[in-house]
Design a protein around this ligand. Sequence first.
Ligand code: NAP
Length: 277
Amino acid sequence: MRKISFPQGDTVPVLGQGTWMMGERPERRRDEIAALRLGVSLGMTLVDTAEMYGEGTTENLVGEALDGLRDDIFLVSKVYPHNASRHGVIAACERSLGRLRTDRIDLYLLHWRGDVPLEETIAGFEALRDAGKIRYWGVSNFDTDDMEELFDAQGGDACATDQVLFNLSRRGPEYDLKPWLAAKGLPMMAYSPIEQGRLPTTGVLGEIARKRHVEPLQIALAWVLDQSGVIAIPKAGSEAHVRANRAAHDIKLTTEELALLNHHFEGPSRKRPLEMI
Ligand code: NAP
């Protein structure tokens, strides 16, 4: 598995696992736990979750799924903006740690920008870091101007990443956010890397996939993984989907295939506001 480094030094696989919606349907719980554990065994050791997902239900599932595997995992969770005050972020983190059955979160993100001044959230993150409860912190759904403001704030340049919506049909960040992050040495985390399974599977994706005897969404994920400085975190609730996503990492798209994809799913020619799902 290819790796990527955070500016602070830690190295993680470029392909991790998302967890949104996991734990919300009791009849799928067993499969979801098995899927996450299989993903870890296949090298997808970065696991992304959030206090928002199922209002804690998903963190509970992640805690159960990763029981006995904690030291193999790079665990990412997120705090709600309305919990991101200096003291609120500490209390929220304690609750997440309890649900996740661990004493530390490797990377703790502000889920999106809210009303709390950035300096306050940074101070809370830094207090958590000093206490060993988180190792790094970062943000999510921050556009380029938000990142500039963050880096101008006291201590803001300790941010490790920005997690944003990025896939073949959501290429806006390529215009300025992705280059901005790259210039600072920050990986960009791509969420919904297969557009929640809704990308068109006919047309160019289908054609390339058919010739390679793979699935169209594997081609879409391979395209995200071909982008430099990007970590992709697809969510898969079945072992079959985990295996397919892991296999997508090993697909090396040719120059011709990349040209076809880039032509069909056009990149941005001007600044577009960052999209969110
Ligand atoms: P996604 O990963 O693009 O797509 C997930 C959907 O695709 C699920 O329905 C899944 O079905 C299906 N799928 C997965 N692998 C597949 C495969 N190989 N073939 C066919 N279908 C497949 O969307 P996402 O869950 O929105 O995004 C990924 C993760 O990013 C989330 O889980 C979450 O951790 C994070 N996220 C963060 C934010 C944020 O604001 N920071 C927002 C959205 C998401 P099954 O479940 O049946 O496998």
